[in-house]
Ligand binder design. Structure first.
Ligand code: NAP
Length: 457
């Protein structure tokens, strides 16, 4: 393939990546987004493989086999493990960028311009630190390392000192690229910083951190594009870097948290503060009673959350809503942006269960419908429905936008116990007069509801 054809393939790939991002941002076009993204990647890899600069395919073939051996099992990880799967792929992407940077440094030391050396330093710093930080994030989510925030005195000072040392040495190396002995020191400091960065962050904050690491890996790839003079890498890396950053900002906003709070706030410790609402103050109902209430309703808003994901109840939920729909009940789903444990978690699960897109309402639309809704059926969601976020200034989730399920005429909540959710706090919704608790595993309870509604009256 000649240079012109290669550049055209890269241009088409870049266009495909931009379209993929655009289409992935809406449920109705997301599948198309995945396909066009994959086509873009095929064009990028195919073009690179046919590039005239390649002299031998031996090492490429070895890397291909290794990548396939690691990648295929990773692709089979279950939906609930997507955050850790994403952490692993960032770790590998960042390591690749760092290793390419290392190779380029030692191959071209004498001929490196200051600009290229600057880009290379950024690539290697971000690449190595993202590698270990992502592995740590993976470890915390997979519970291979303790998930609680690990803190010690002067932690932030130590971390910042290590980062500062790495940056100062990198700047020195940019000015004096011949000082090759500095390179391994910088790499080591970056690797250590990656581990230390994640230690004080609780496992529950990992999805937000992963999204931030996504952004670092993207920036490392963009820097690599400058080192290799590869425009596609610059474009794809920048898209990755900026979309990761935007996503982290959206997630922080949806939780009413700041970046600093996520990175340095040791949020996972709040759990201990929960004081269970007295079981006696809540009213519960049986599947039979709940089914009768649903059957008598004209409108039902299903509010799915993390518990639905854990129970893998989405298919049964879809069956239930189909049944209600056939009985003339207007059923919709209210989607909170941070329900579950990763962005778009509920959208993915409901799409997997073939719930029609037009039944899904975003938070603001759902909130304007909820006061006119007969029944809000909360399935394994907790924090995203907690009215304390609106009025209790002392609550850790105060200010977080929530789904106003307490404004529906009746609220029914499926969960196993009175235990708190992610934020570790009680939910006053459960003791309201209009609320009925439906205690049980989400899948088991919804299955009972389906049975009740399918059996002839
Ligand atoms: P949540 O507040 O974590 O509550 C989930 C509830 O599900 C729990 O109270 C639990 O109660 C119940 N549950 C667990 N397993 C269940 C099962 N098998 N059957 C039935 N219920 C089950 O979840 P959420 O309302 O979806 O809110 C998400 C939280 O995660 C928010 O605080 C958000 O800020 C945070 N977060 C989200 C993201 C993201 O990107 N989506 C990222 C980071 C953090 P029981 O134990 O009593 O059953």
């Amino acid at each position: 393939m000649n240079q012109t054809a290669l550049q055209l393939a890269y241009l088409a790939a870049a266009g495909a990546f931009i379209l993929a991002l655009k289409w992935l941002s809406a449920v109705a076009t997301a599948r198309r987004g995945v396909v066009v993204g994959a086509v873009g990647m095929a064009l990028a890899i195919g073009g690179t493989l046919l590039s005239p600069e390649i002299v031998s395919y031996r090492w490429i073939a070895a890397a291909f086999v290794l990548g396939t051996v690691i990648g295929v099992p990773m692709a089979m990880m279950p939906m609930t493990a997507v955050p850790q799967r994403t952490a692993l792929s960032h770790a590998f992407g960042a390591l690749a960028a760092a290793l390419v940077g290392t190779a380029e440094y030692y191959l071209r030391t004498v001929s490196l311009s200051r600009f290229t050396m600057g880009a290379l330093a950024i690539e290697v710093l971000l690449g190595f630190l993202t590698f270990t930080a992502s592995l740590m994030a993976f470890g915390k989510l997979q519970e291979l390392v303790p998930t609680r925030p690990m803190t010690y005195p002067f932690q932030n000072v130590v971390n910042l000192a290590i980062l500062a040392a790495a940056v100062i040495l990198a700047v020195y190396l940019v000015l004096h690229p011949g000082q090759t002995e500095l390179f391994p020191v910088i790499a080591l400091l970056a690797l250590v910083f990656g581990v230390l960065l994640i230690l004080p962050i609780g496992g529950a904050d990992m999805p937000t951190v992963i999204s931030l690491l996504n952004s670092y890996a993207g920036l490392a790839a963009a820097a690599m594009g400058f080192v290799l003079d590869n425009k596609l890498l610059i474009i794809a890396g920048s898209l990755d870097g900026s979309s990761g950053l935007i996503l982290s900002i959206i997630m922080c906003r949806a939780m009413n948290r700041s970046f600093t709070n996520v990175l340095f706030g040791a949020f996972g410790q709040v759990h201990a503060q929960a004081t269970a609402v007295q079981q006696s103050t809540v009213r519960s109902a049986t599947p039979e009673e709940a089914a009768a209430i649903l059957d008598a309703a004209t409108s039902v808003m299903v509010v799915p959350g993390y518990g639905m994901a854990v129970a893998q109840a989405q298919h049964k939920v879809r069956e239930l809503t189909d049944l209600l729909g056939k009985r003339g009940v207007n059923v919709r789903f209210a989607i909170h942006p941070v329900a579950g444990r990763m962005p778009g978690h509920m959208n993915v699960l409901l799409a997997e269960a073939d719930v029609p897109y037009d039944k899904l309402l975003e938070m603001d639309d759902a909130n304007s419908e909820l006061p006119q809704t007969d029944v809000a059926l909360v399935i394994g969601a907790n924090d995203v429905t907690n009215p304390a976020a609106r009025h209790d200034k002392s609550s850790p989730i105060y200010g977080m936008p929530i789904l106003d399920v307490d404004r529906a005429r009746t609220v029914m909540v499926i969960k196993r116990s009175m235990n708190p959710g992610f934020a570790g706090i009680d939910n006053e919704l459960y003791s309201m007069d209009k609320t009925l608790m439906l205690f049980g595993d989400a899948k088991a309870f919804v299955t009972s509801l389906v049975k009740e509604l399918s059996s002839p009256a």
